[in-house]
Design a protein. Structure first.
Length: 238
């Protein structure tokens, strides 16, 4: 099993040294989760910096693909964003398994007929809790799902064939699935509290003070990152 990670961002220079890249964080997340899983853990990884136009030479180079988070928006007019949407559509047409995190969750929704917009109620940061649906619990997600988040955009309309997996009052479309092919999460299972804090400090001037303070306190909360990683790894198994 080869998982192609489509890296949609480049970390700031002051964060890159310690955290390397979103693709690296995702790989570490899944590798650690698989160490305690009964699922086949023979997964190999290939990283592609799609923000720079780097893609596999052939779609069949990987068995499944994951689109990472990004500081960009899924509705941006940037050429690389449009190219990534077209690539996601090609993956879907070729029946490839597709995973999405945050920006990936939003862009995949748009590419497959949904809609993503700037959220009217502002930043989501820190640890957020979601209620899972029956469909979510069938995937072995907990009834109350907790994940680190960092976003202003949200999926406001799911693709027609999508099943809602998790929601909250703040984020009504927090996770979704399209049959056995697409699985996406608004939250960041690959984030550590340390990275989430570093990112919040960078954005402190644009996050409302009350939101910032509550998010800082929430970083002490436990999350279901490892459980989500196991669900994603199981989902892409042949």
């Amino acid at each position: 099993m080869i998982l192609g990670i489509l890296d949609a961002d480049i970390l700031r220079d002051d964060l890159k040294g310690q955290y390397i890249s979103y693709a690296y964080m995702v790989q570490v997340l899944i590798e650690h989760a698989m160490e305690t899983s009964l699922i086949n853990n023979d997964i190999k990884y290939k990283h592609y910096r799609v923000i720079d136009g780097e893609y596999p030479q052939k779609i069949d180079e990987c068995d499944a693909y994951l689109v990472t988070g990004s500081k960009s928006s899924a509705y941006d007019d940037d050429e690389w964003v449009g190219q990534l949407k077209v690539y996601v559509q090609s993956l879907f047409q070729k029946d490839k398994k597709i995973l999405g995190i945050c920006f990936g969750h939003q862009l995949i929704a748009m590419a497959l007929g949904g809609d993503t917009r700037l959220a009217s109620h502002g930043w989501g940061v820190g640890v957020h809790q979601y209620q899972t649906t029956m469909s979510g619990r069938k995937l072995f997600l907990p009834e109350q799902l907790s994940l680190l988040v960092s976003h202003r955009d949200q999926v406001v309309a799911l693709p027609k064939e999508a099943s809602l997996l998790a929601f909250s009052e703040f984020c009504p479309n927090a996770a979704y699935q399209i049959k056995d092919q697409v699985l996406c999460f608004q939250g960041h299972p690959e984030f550590t509290p340390q990275y989430a804090n570093a990112l919040m400090q960078v954005r402190k001037e644009i996050i409302p003070p009350e939101t910032f303070e509550l998010a800082q306190k929430s970083l002490q909360s436990t999350t279901h990152s490892a459980q989500v990683a196991k669900v994603m790894a199981a989902f892409i198994q042949p």
